[in-house]
Design a binder for this molecule. Structure first.
Ligand SMILES: [Zn+2]
Length: 201
């Protein structure tokens, strides 16, 4: 199965190798007519739980944000719409980093995140979106992560799963990985190839 349950919600498995690629994989069936079942970012609660699942938001912040989103449904829905917009732009920018429109679109999101992030003082300082950002925390966190991925020098290792209804992105560390997961897309293709061989005999 492509998903796991986190905090009572179905979340896509993290096969991407980078949170920003996992974010692109909150949709499956890229390039085909959309079906509702392929959308994982169904609501603001899904966006928050996904960000927690991707380790972009702390569990206690996630609980607080879910409660806040439950009270401010219109503002939450706006965040989901923006997140979906970023997702489409980011996927395009990852696969075609010379696409001016996509890169400019992602830049807008990264710029907003850049005005919010701060370095958290610690033995190992890290970037953090302050709690004052409220409902925007998950989107700002993933925007920041998107900027990091695009400038990581690793785009050449990004592959796109050719599985049916998939199109998930992942970092191919070994240079030999073809599927998002051998257990799902890879296995399905194997079964289909086997059935095709049987028909020929
Ligand atoms: Zn796949």
């Amino acid at each position: 199965m492509h998903w796991v349950e986190v905090d009572g919600l179905q979340m896509p498995r993290r096969y991407g190798g980078h949170p920003a690629l996992d974010f692109c994989n909150t949709w499956a069936g890229w390039g085909e007519p959309p079906k509702p079942t392929r959308e994982w970012l169904k609501s603001y609660a899904h966006l928050v739980v996904w960000a927690r699942h991707a380790e972009l938001v702390e569990p206690e912040d996630a609980d607080r944000l879910r409660a806040l989103g439950g009270r401010r449904t219109d503002a939450g829905a706006e965040q989901v719409a923006e997140a979906r917009r970023l997702r489409a732009l980011l996927r395009k920018a990852v696969l075609q980093p010379t696409d001016r429109r996509a890169v400019a679109g992602v830049t807008g999101f990264v710029r907003r995140a850049a005005t919010a992030v701060r370095l958290q003082p610690a033995a190992d300082p890290r970037w953090e979106i302050p709690s004052s950002a409220g409902l925007a925390i998950p989107l700002l966190a993933v925007s920041w992560s998107a900027g990091a991925l695009l400038t990581s020098g690793r785009l050449g290792a990004v592959r796109c799963c050719p599985g049916d209804d998939c199109g998930w992105l992942f970092l191919d560390q070994s240079g030999r990985r073809r599927w998002c997961s051998m257990g799902t897309c890879g296995n399905r293709a194997k079964v289909r190839a086997h059935a095709a061989r049987q028909r020929r005999h």
